[in-house]
Design a protein around this ligand. Structure first.
Ligand code: HEM
Length: 126
C-alpha cells in the first residue's frame, strides 16, 4: 500500500506527535526530555511543529535557536553519539511508518545533517 507524502501542517503535527509519543518513553534518551529538560509538551510541541513546517513545507513560521537550546541539556547530561543515533533511528522509523515521498526523505536527511552539526558542537564544549 502506498503512503502519502508530508504536505500539510496537519501531516507535520501528526508526525511530530508520533515521534514524541515514542521519544519521551525511549529507554536511552527519554530522560533528556522528562528528567533533564523537564519539557512541557504543550509548550514544546508547537515549537517542533513550526520547526518542521519551516524546513519541510518552506513556511517560515519557526523562530528560535535550536542549537542554543541543546547546550544547557548537554551541560547536565552529555549528548553522545549513541543518543543522536537513537534519536535519528526513532525519527526515521516514525517517518517511514507514516509517509513516503520527497518531503519524507527530506525530513530524514535534514535531521541527519542537523544531528551531525549538533553533535560536533557538543563535542567541542565538553
Ligand atoms: C540526542 C538527541 C537530542 C535530544 C536528547 C534532544 C532534546 C531536546 C530537548 C530536551 C529539547 C527541549 C529544550 C527546552 O525547551 O529547554 C529540545 C528542543 C529542540 N530540539 Fe532537540 N534533541 C535532540 C536532537 C535534536 C535534533 C537532531 C533536532 C533537529 C533535527 C532537534 C531539534 C530541536 C528543536 C527545533 C527544539 C526546539 C527549540 C526551541 O525551543 O525553539 N533536536 N531537544
Amino acid at each position: 500500500m502506498s503512503m502519502k507524502d508530508i504536505t500539510s501542517r496537519e501531516d507535520v503535527e501528526f508526525l511530530v506527535q508520533a515521534f514524541y509519543g515514542r521519544i519521551v518513553k525511549d529507554d536511552l534518551i527519554g530522560f533528556f526530555f522528562t528528567d533533564v529538560a523537564k519539557i512541557d509538551l504543550n509548550l514544546h510541541l508547537p515549537k517542533m511543529y513550526n520547526f518542521w513546517e519551516s524546513i519541510l513545507l518552506g513556511n517560515p513560521v519557526y523562530e528560535g535557536q535550536p542549537m542554543a537550546k541543546h547546550f544547557p541539556i548537554n551541560d547536565i547530561a552529555a549528548m553522545e553519539e549513541k543518543h543522536f543515533n537513537r534519536w535519528l533511528q526513532v525519527w526515521e522509523r516514525t517517518v517511514h511508518e507514516n509517509f513516503e515521498g520527497h518531503n519524507a526523505e527530506n525530513a530524514i536527511t535534514r535531521a541527519l545533517n542537523i544531528a551531525r552539526i549538533m553533535h560536533h558542537k557538543m563535542k567541542s564544549v565538553r
